[in-house]
Design a protein around this ligand. Structure first.
Ligand SMILES: [Cu+2]
Length: 487
């Protein structure tokens, strides 16, 4: 019989609390040596007890700036990004100490295209080790941001990304061992978009109508400081591109929105207006074989979904709220003007690759050891993460089937992320997968007791890569393991 109090000590469970070990939950402000502002209450915010709350739709959602390369050659763009503490404006009228890429709470967007190499020099100006993982990317192990492969304070590191996979919405974020949840929560995340020549011929909305939006949750104290280390379910503010439940003016035409859940432990269930239709065109690893019309979309931590919304169906002056079942209003689209629209969503997008027959089967079980004090221990196949151990050794070129099970009791949900490859989900609990599992995936959400059968081919890089629960509070507690791809 599971002790209720123990269960509540975990995140990922409604009403639960997750406390991180001492030293893991240092407030950014203290660690960064900043004096945070005791700002007065701002327009659009109100103090509720010891917390700060935002009035929905009081600020406009910003577009994320695209990072310019320092230099470019015929096939490579070289960027420089500083990892540094900064005071940023998230809640109207308040200054919030954060960890940032180039001073931005949601890091700058890197937009490249298939076959162009991206090299990024990261300079770590924090007082602690950090590193960078390009989530969903097909990269050599030396540039994957292995949890133990960190950039020490004051040091720099060049990451090299070949961008050889098909066009997709990737994101970069901190992956430093035991501090990944805290670092990402405080702002170390941003988009890395790979565009595809063959995609541009499809006629999808592009340019100013192709908009990345990072959704996440957060909790602020009355001074506007981010609160980390408590119960993730209590985070009551939803941010879109770093602003609380903003509004966004749109033209009466089609838009492509690239949504990323950048929350460390959050599952969104999104609906638009009064059951309005959204057309899903892509998932984690790029375009779906065909568009799928949806009225609700589930998006858990680290997942991406690309939606085309056609605002030409609504009169000028219409306001449409993107709403989450738990957190309420996420973002309001205000249809404010007309615009020409030559874009379209073709009936066929891109077929899935046919993977070779699998020759290896593996079982992966995610669970918590609820008996350890003061914190539960995250386990994969019964063991907490140990970077010196290879849990799986995979021969290069092999196609494998993994049966991934959420082995925890009712109420504890998990996500699963496999580095290095995009996989295909064959079955969920023995049945054909639903739309949330379709396409090229690198992360999925699953409920207690669920088993997800996936297939992947490991045909490229050698070396050590992680796989883990992408509720980062869970991976921080050990719910992570390691595979090594060998010749
Ligand atoms: Cu988990």
């Amino acid at each position: 019989m599971l002790n209720r109090r123990k269960l509540l000590a975990l995140g990922g469970v409604a009403g639960g609390a997750l406390l991180l070990p001492e030293g893991v939950s240092r407030p950014a402000a203290t660690a960064a040596g900043h004096q945070h502002h005791h700002a007065t209450q701002g327009l659009g915010t109100r103090v509720r007890g010891s917390r700060l709350a935002a009035t929905p739709f009081s600020v406009q959602m910003p577009l994320l700036p695209e990072q310019r390369p320092v230099t470019s050659t015929s096939d490579t763009d070289l960027y420089r990004i500083d990892i540094l503490p900064a005071n940023v404006n998230i809640m109207p009228g308040f200054s919030t100490p954060a960890f940032t890429y180039n001073g931005r709470f949601t890091g700058p967007t890197i937009r490249t295209r298939v076959g162009r190499r991206t090299k990024v020099t990261y300079n770590n100006h924090l007082d602690r080790p950090a590193n960078v993982h390009l989530h969903g990317a097909h990269v050599p192990a030396s540039s994957d941001g292995h949890p133990m492969d960190v950039i020490q304070p004051g040091q720099s590191r060049l990451y090299d990304y070949p961008n050889t996979q098909q066009g997709c919405t990737l994101w970069y974020h901190d992956h430093s061992h035991h501090t990944e949840a805290e670092h990402v929560y405080h702002g170390l995340e941003g988009f890395h978009l790979i565009e595809d020549e063959s995609e541009s011929s499809l006629g999808l909305p592009r340019g100013g109508y192709d908009i990345p939006i990072l959704l996440r949750d957060a909790l602020f104290d009355a001074n506007g400081t981010l609160i980390f280390g408590g119960n993730p379910a209590e985070r009551d503010t939803v941010l879109a591109n770093g602003k609380p439940s903003p509004y966004f003016p749109v033209a009466a035409r089609k838009y492509r929105f690239r949504l990323l859940n950048g929350g460390t432990e959050r599952t969104f269930n999104l609906t638009l207006g009064n059951d309005q239709e959204m057309t899903q065109i892509a998932t984690d690893g790029g375009l779906l074989p065909a568009p799928v019309v949806r009225k609700s979309v589930r998006l858990s931590s680290a997942e991406r979904v690309e939606l085309v919304i056609d605002f030409s169906r609504y009169p000028i002056g219409t306001q449409l709220v993107l709403n989450d079942a738990t957190m309420g209003p996420v973002l309001r689209f205000d249809v404010t003007r007309t615009a020409a629209d030559f874009s379209r969503v073709p009936a066929t997008l891109r077929p899935l690759p046919v993977l070779p027959a699998a020759t290896v089967n593996r079982d992966v079980n995610l669970s918590f050891d609820l008996t350890t004090v003061p914190f539960p221990t995250g386990l994969i196949n019964g063991r907490p993460y140990d970077p010196s151990r290879n849990d799986f050794v995979i021969k290069r070129g092999t196609t494998e089937i993994w049966n991934v099970t959420n082995g925890d009791p009712t109420g504890i949900t998990h996500t699963f992320h496999l580095h290095l490859v995009q996989f295909q989900v064959l079955q969920v609990n023995g049945a054909a997968p639903g739309i949330d599992f379709k396409g090229r995936k690198d992360t999925f959400w699953f409920d207690s007791g669920d088993t997800v059968k996936l297939k992947a081919t490991f045909d490229s890089y050698l070396g050590k890569y992680a796989f883990h629960c992408h509720f980062l509070e869970h991976s921080s507690l050990g719910m992570m393991a390691q595979m090594e791809v060998v010749p």
